[in-house]
Write a protein that binds this ligand. Structure first.
Ligand code: SF4
Length: 592
């Protein structure tokens, strides 16, 4: 059942008012890939009356007043993608299309959507109920951050938006706790995952360098980001406080990672896997083609690529669903009238992290002084692809399922590190789960740039490529690897791009047609590098290309057809949406 979007739908449910109204920058797609939908369904399951207003008109009260005012709070999200990433290309041109907008034209999502929607509510509801921000835009702009679109540091978004709270990260449990605290008229200030503004910092909270210090001193901003990043693990994190003027931004420790039964419960809720009819009248949304029949097997990522915000938003701990829960979802597909037997993706932020996690991390929290996969795979992480092989085999054997693709990227260094089952896993992928192209993300080939990215060296890529091609040949298939590459990343000049060109021509034997120009997205190490022009880990100065024309020329150095012949032309295509993150969100969510 859809959540109500009009008074008529509320009345049909016997509701005269709502406890919570959710506002989203995306169209309303009733799918577990839509964060706002999941939050709405979880709240509803907990007994609250919830409605949704998607992509409201910000110039009038026509949409925002449609459902009245909620009794408890307004929940506001910019959508699945930061609105500035959604609205502008890496070269700061306005995007014309939007995969989450009916009809596909990018004409309904305002810039800085969480601020725009908060203003909209405040304009038409004086002394409104509390406004609570959530989703990727608010989550990654919760503390002082570099904003590429204005080329300056911006204060925590609570200062700019005048909203009351942020629930950051994966917020199912904290949202229900917040709703209960409002209902019971209790203070919400101790809820995990909550951010708010205060006159003083709570005792025991770590004092971050102030906003003013960050603005005037690059090293203060770098220090702030390290503290922010290190205090993101639910087990070990301390609360944080950052002063701006005479007030403090306060961040409570993150919500606990969901247990497997909690995660399974979320996916056992009923989803229509469709766009709400109210919005469907305005046109179809492209992203549905991919997410309607895809399955999210896990959350979180310990890849920690420096340009990616997944570790900050979803956490470094991978939480996996049970096999039974995933099989039940796949079986339910076979009863859906629109299902044609194809599962577009069975994966997560990185497909092959399913059911692989470090036991030490699960007890003590993620290490603050080292990473799980970079520069080498940590020996404590026991990589075993066997549960994934079992899962894939069982899903494709369900009657009514013809094909199961792994559309999410896979981490090739993990496949190589699994001496027992890595080869078997890749054999399965090659034989049964690749739809012509398998996505991998080397991103670059130059060792220095790869170090700045936190990515593995090309040695493991070439070994993986050899394995993939051999298995593909043996399986009699016509399929190949798709490589994602980035131009103009911090540390990359024309010289490094020429080296990359040499590598893809002589080692990968292809000529890329599309390469992505780097976008520094909020709250990533890469954006700290871009802003400070320093390596945040060593303090060394790094070259950063900031001129738009020269960024494009870096891209053209590799993306143009080669003068000499190559054996195959490869399209480094813009990826399809992955787990709800449309192609425009690639800087935030990419295959590892
Ligand atoms: S011990 Fe190794 S695998 Fe475990 S959290 Fe630390 S770095 Fe990651």
């Amino acid at each position: 059942m859809f959540l109500p979007t009009t008074k008529e739908e509320m009345t049909a449910l016997g509701w005269h008012e709502l406890d919570v109204i959710l506002i989203s920058g995306d169209s309303y797609i009733d799918s577990p890939y839509s964060g706002v939908t999941v939050i709405g369904k979880v709240l509803q399951k907990a007994g609250f009356r919830v409605g949704i207003i998607a992509q409201p008109d910000i110039t009038s009260d026509v949409d925002i007043s449609r459902l009245g005012e909620p009794t408890l709070f307004w929940g506001v999200t910019g959508g699945t993608v930061d609105s500035m990433v959604a609205n502008y290309t890496a070269t700061l041109r306005k995007r014309r299309s939007d995969d989450f907008t009916p009809g596909g034209e990018n004409n309904r999502r305002p810039d800085r959507a969480v601020i725009a929607y908060t203003n909209l509510i405040k304009r038409f509801f004086k002394n409104s109920r509390p406004i609570v921000l959530g989703g990727i835009e608010a989550s990654l702009r919760r503390v002082t951050h570099y904003d590429y679109w204005t080329d300056k540091l911006r204060a925590p978004v609570l200062f700019d938006s005048k909203a009351d709270y942020i629930l950051y990260g994966m917020a199912e449990t904290s949202t229900v706790e917040l709703a209960r605290s409002f209902k019971e008229k209790k203070s919400p200030l101790s809820i995990r995952g909550l951010c708010y503004l205060a006159k003083s910092a709570p005792e025991g909270y770590i004092a971050l360098p102030s906003y003013e210090e960050c603005v005037t001193d690059h090293s203060a901003f770098t220090k702030m980001y390290h503290l922010f990043y290190q205090n993101n693990d639910p087990i070990s994190a301390k609360g944080l406080a950052q002063q701006k003027g005479d007030r403090y931004f306060v961040q409570n420790p993150p919500a606990l990672t969901l247990t497997q039964p909690q995660l399974d419960k979320i996916y056992s809720l009923t989803y229509e896997r469709d766009q709400h009819p109210y919005y469907e009248k305005q046109g179809s949304v492209k992203t549905l083609e991919t997410i309607r029949f895809s399955i999210s097997t896990h959350r979180g990522c310990y890849g920690e690529c420096n340009f990616c915000a997944i570790a900050v938003h979803e956490g470094r701990t991978v939480a996996s669903r049970s096999e039974a829960s995933i099989l039940a979802e796949a079986e339910a597909f076979t009863k859906h009238p629109k299902f044609k037997g194809i599962i577009n993706d069975l994966g997560g932020p990185t497909a092959n992290m399913y059911a692989i996690e470090c036991s030490k991390k699960l007890h003590n929290g993620a290490c603050s002084d080292k990473r799980c996969l970079f520069p080498d795979i940590c020996p404590v992480l026991k990589i075993d692809h066997n549960p994934q092989v079992d899962l894939l085999t069982k899903v494709r054997q369900i009657p009514g399922i013809k094909k199961v693709f792994v559309g999410s990227g896979i981490r090739y260094d993990m496949v190589l590190a699994d001496k027992q089952n890595g080869l078997t896993y890749l054999k399965e992928i090659v034989a049964h789960h690749t739809s012509g192209q398998l996505k991998v993300a080397p991103e670059h080939a130059d060792p220095y740039v790869l170090k700045m990215m936190g990515k593995p060296t090309v040695g493991s890529l070439l070994k993986f490529k050899k394995m993939f091609e051999k298995l593909t040949y043996e399986a009699g298939k016509d399929q190949y690897l798709t490589y994602y590459l980035i131009a103009a990343y911090p540390g990359s000049s024309d010289r490094e791009m020429k080296q990359l060109k040499e590598f893809v021509t002589t080692k990968l034997h292809l000529t890329p047609e599309q390469v992505q120009v780097f976008t520094p997205t909020p709250s990533t190490y890469a954006s700290v590098m871009y802003y400070t022009e320093k390596d945040p880990f060593t303090g060394e100065t790094i070259f950063v290309e900031k001129n738009t024309a020269r960024k494009v020329s870096q891209k053209e150095l590799i993306a143009k057809p080669a003068a000499t012949g190559t054996s195959k032309t490869e399209s480094l295509r813009t990826p399809k949406p992955e787990n709800g993150y449309a192609n425009k969100s690639r800087p935030q969510r990419r295959p590892r």
